[in-house]
Design a protein. Structure first.
Length: 233
């Protein structure tokens, strides 16, 4: 997907990019390739692949919600900034927090924020479970892209959502047993929608879950990582 095809595909989701946003995405791509030479940010570096599998894929969250309003969103385990950095570029009214545990990735993300001149975005070096213990009931939206099994993601992400906020995990092919996890009831969350679709051009399957938080998360969650791994919900 070249940049022109990318722009046309976004119009189908009612996203019209300004010239500034197009340039910011191009600069983001250039920084990604440059920094990827000295650190492991992504295995995808060809321009058309980045525009499809990282940029376009990140923006598929807009299939289910209008992000043009002033709302807060946390991207847990953001890696090289997907989807959070792309969402910030294309929906500047969003207040974004990017959380990642690897210091080098955080340094890269801070450089992107600086070079692009982005406002209303914070990059936090922290483990997901440690961050969640301190920032409970904070965000309107939380997302995570290909980070961990769903039951673990729920334990990371539901605590930092406001009541009636939405957790939007981004998956490929979702296993049936993932949706049957007891974590939903334990953490007071409900699966409202399963949005399944295929990426254009290559037709790989994607799944976005729309999970609503119904009540405060019990204070005992999230647990420490070792306990989560030993005894998943």
């Amino acid at each position: 997907m070249n940049p022109k095809e990318f722009e046309e595909a976004l119009k189908e989701m009612k996203i019209d990019l300004t010239s500034l946003q197009k340039q910011q995405l191009e600069t983001y791509y250039e920084l990604l390739v440059e920094y990827n030479k000295v650190m492991n940010l992504t295995g995808i570096v060809e321009k058309e692949d980045v525009y499809l599998k990282h940029f376009y894929d990140s923006l598929t969250l807009a299939r289910d919600f209008d992000f043009n309003k002033e709302m807060t969103l946390c991207d847990v385990g953001t890696g090289a900034g997907f989807p959070g950095m792309v969402l910030k570029i294309c929906f500047p009214n969003l207040k974004i927090t990017l959380v990642d545990s690897l210091k080098k990735r955080v340094e890269f993300l801070k450089k992107v924020v600086e070079v692009l001149g982005l406002q209303g975005i914070e990059v936090v070096p922290d483990r997901a479970e440690e961050y969640a213990r301190i920032h409970r009931e904070t965000f309107d939206f939380v997302t995570a892209r290909a980070v961990a099994p769903l039951s673990t993601l729920l334990e990371y992400c539901i605590p930092i959502l406001k009541i009636d906020g939405y957790f939007l995990p981004m998956k490929g092919i979702l296993k049936i047993e993932e949706k049957e996890t007891k974590a939903f009831s334990i953490l007071h969350a409900v699966l409202e929608k399963e949005d399944c679709f295929f990426l254009p051009k290559e037709n790989s399957k994607r799944t976005i879950l729309v999970i609503r938080k119904m009540a405060k998360t019990p204070f005992s969650f999230p647990r420490k990582y070792a306990e989560m791994k030993k005894k998943p919900l």
